[in-house]
Design a protein. Structure first.
Length: 159
């Protein structure tokens, strides 16, 4: 909710299309007035997305991903890794990258909810996604190309 509010309020206004996108994403009836009341109650009028502050959920998922990667490495080292992939790279997509995609999709639905894309909102959205990507790459020791390969794996998955 905070992410969507910060994106939609980036220009200081919440229009009907943005409120409806927030409501669709969260499964309730949202109007500009209800979103504005939430902003006022929570004192969020000046709150902005910060590339220095990653969502707590992302931090927890990245830590879990680090544990998973360490366990995989140790099982390959000690020979206990299952032979499930016939020496092909395991198509594992880290939890933090899946969460990144959730943020990307939710943000896109709010930012591009109508034809009037505010430049400030769009810039906040793209900067925040870039910071998330960099955080994940740093935490998991991935290159940007490896990150993009994992995103492609998600996009190709039809399950």
């Amino acid at each position: 909710m905070l992410f969507m509010v910060a994106l939609s309020n980036g220009d200081g206004t919440i229009d009907r299309a943005e409120a409806e996108a927030i409501g669709r994403n969260l499964g309730f009836d949202a109007t500009p007035e209800k979103v504005r009341a939430f902003i006022d109650r929570q004192s969020l009028a000046d709150w902005k997305l910060s590339s220095e502050e990653m969502p707590l959920t992302l931090q927890v998922f990245a830590e879990a991903d680090q544990d998973i990667l360490q366990n995989q490495y140790e099982s390959f080292e000690d020979g206990t890794a299952p032979e499930l992939y016939d020496d092909e790279e395991t198509p594992h997509v880290p939890l933090s990258i899946i969460l990144y995609e959730v943020y990307r999709e939710i943000g896109s639905s709010v930012i591009y909810s109508d034809e009037q894309v505010d430049e400030c909102e769009n810039e906040d959205y793209n900067s925040f996604l870039a910071a998330m990507k960099q955080y994940i790459c740093d935490e998991l020791g991935l290159t940007v190309e490896q990150f993009e390969d994992k995103i492609n794996t998600l996009e190709e998955d039809e399950t």
